[in-house]
Ligand binder design. Structure first.
Ligand code: UGA
Length: 444
């Protein structure tokens, strides 16, 4: 079976590499020359554990090849996976221009019957529309069918997630398409769930939006914990013993970011409004997240009347650890605000600094170590829970900073550690006990 993967981003590259790893011969096609030329040299254009190694290994074994020539890639394919980006339009809807561009190229090129599988996250009904569109643009007398096969990998663990997926969701209208996809995925030995195309498209949005909702719920409760003297970590720990709740995605913070949750919550909300239905829960998740991003700044404003002329250390830029991706990272609007208010910002991130330089080439100082960023700083914000940051001794903050005011958006340190180090430490959903002792005293 000839399999082609269109799009060498997180989803396409990891999918292609993992298919090759399972013994398929894969052609990966992308229109970006730089990406393909890096890949041809065995270098992954994205930072993802294991990826470089698997790219080189499968290229060496002739299981994997890369090209920008879509005609060569599509002409003789039996199955083509579309894995291109579906970014956000200004109104929150999904931008499908790349999906349609590839669909058209495939339709104009295929010379044999072909199953086109959409892995990109697309609004419900898109698979149906793409199939009609492709049939309209076919240049040869061949049959094309479109099937949905959403992806559930996370950045930073993408290869592991794909090789050990919780489930493979297949949405197809014909039995034949379902069987082809089931056969392709058989070597992965993962649970396969079959349904129609629209349901499969909805599984993807509903899964991401549910996880986003879980995070916003925890952040909402964390904020209330601060007001009533409870500790969010004890609260979520207590909740997690209920297997119906579980212990995943209950970490409070300064909001979810990345290329998926922000985009997919907005896209589903937009779609629901188009259908005349208000998806209230998802709307609330979006609103809580927007506010949560500025939670630390709000806390810092209580200690500093202005940021003008202050030296601010920023530890962590990426939307989560284990990636160099900055898309929708809470660090971006926060640094913008600090710069607008006249702060001198010194940043440290073990992987995201190069990408941040594209946004702020000269406005902020890039430091190679956290210690350097902390030197003589008046205050420090922590936006990402990198191990390199979590493993720091809080005494270093005390030693290096002019005033050790720390605002930790990812609860990297314990309150006991902070007390012992003698720093002014504030985190999310964990108020200091002494505040509550004072309040209780006043009531007595
Ligand atoms: C997410 C989903 O987890 C994947 O299942 C999905 O396939 C992927 O989107 C996608 O649609 O492609 P990803 O964006 O890589 O994966 O990152 P996550 O690990 O889910 O984290 C997203 C954001 O939520 C991060 O900013 C993270 O810091 C935040 N988060 C996560 C929390 O604030 N608290 C938590 O408990 C978990």
């Amino acid at each position: 079976m000839r399999i082609t993967v269109a799009g060498a981003g997180y989803v396409g590259l990891v999918t292609g590499v993992c298919f090759a790893e399972m013994g398929y011969q894969i052609i990966l096609v992308d229109h970006v020359e730089e990406k393909i030329s890096l890949l041809k040299r065995g270098i992954s254009p994205i930072y993802e554990p294991q990826l470089d190694k698997l790219v080189s290994k499968n290229m060496g074994a002739n299981q994997l090849s890369f090209t920008t020539d879509y005609q060569y890639a599509y002409a003789n394919s039996d199955v083509i996976f579309i894995c291109v980006g579906t970014p956000e339009n200004e109104d929150g809807s999904a931008n499908l221009q790349f999906v349609y561009k590839v669909a058209r190229q495939i339709a104009e090129t295929v010379t044999r019957d072909c199953l086109v599988v959409i892995k990109s996250t697309v609004p419900i009904g898109t698979n149906d529309k793409v199939e009609v569109f492709m049939k309209h643009h076919l240049k040869h007398d061949v049959k094309v069918e479109v099937a949905s096969n959403p992806e559930f990998l996370s950045q930073g663990t993408a290869v592991r997630d794909t090789l050990n997926a919780s489930r493979i969701v297949i949405g197809a209208e014909s039995e034949e398409a379902k069987q082809v996809l089931a056969a392709i995925y058989a070597p992965f030995k993962q649970p396969i769930v079959m349904m129609n195309r629209r349901s499969a498209e909805m599984v993807k949005y509903a899964s991401n939006d549910f996880l986003a909702l879980k995070i916003s719920f925890v952040n909402d409760i964390a904020n209330l914990c601060e007001a009533v003297g409870a500790n969010i970590e004890d609260v979520t720990n207590g909740m997690s013993y209920d297997v119906r709740i579980g212990n995943q995605f209950l970490k409070p913070g300064i909001g979810y970011g990345g290329s998926c949750f922000p985009k997919d919550t907005k896209a589903l909300h937009w779609l629901s409004e188009e259908e005349g239905y208000v998806l209230r829960t998802v709307k609330a998740a979006i609103e809580v997240n927007e506010k949560q991003k500025f939670k630390l700044i709000k806390k810092a404003r209580k200690d500093f009347s202005s940021f003008q002329g202050l030296k601010v250390a920023v530890l962590g830029l990426t939307f989560k650890p284990g990636t160099d991706d900055l898309r929708e990272a809470p660090s971006i609007p926060n640094v913008r605000l600090l710069l607008n208010e006249g702060a001198m910002v010194h940043v440290y991130d073990p992987a995201g600094a190069e990408n941040f330089k594209r946004l702020y080439p000269t406005e902020v100082a890039y430091e190679k170590t956290p210690e350097k960023a902390l030197e003589d700083a008046d205050l420090c914000f922590i936006f990402t829970e990198w191990e390199e940051i979590k493993l720091l001794d809080l005494k270093i903050f005390k030693e290096k900073m002019k005033k050790a005011f720390i605002y930790d958006g990812r609860n990297c340190f314990s309150l006991t550690e902070a007390k012992a180090a003698g720093v002014q430490y504030q985190s999310i959903g964990r108020p200091e006990v002494k505040e509550w002792e004072a309040k209780t005293e006043a009531v007595r």
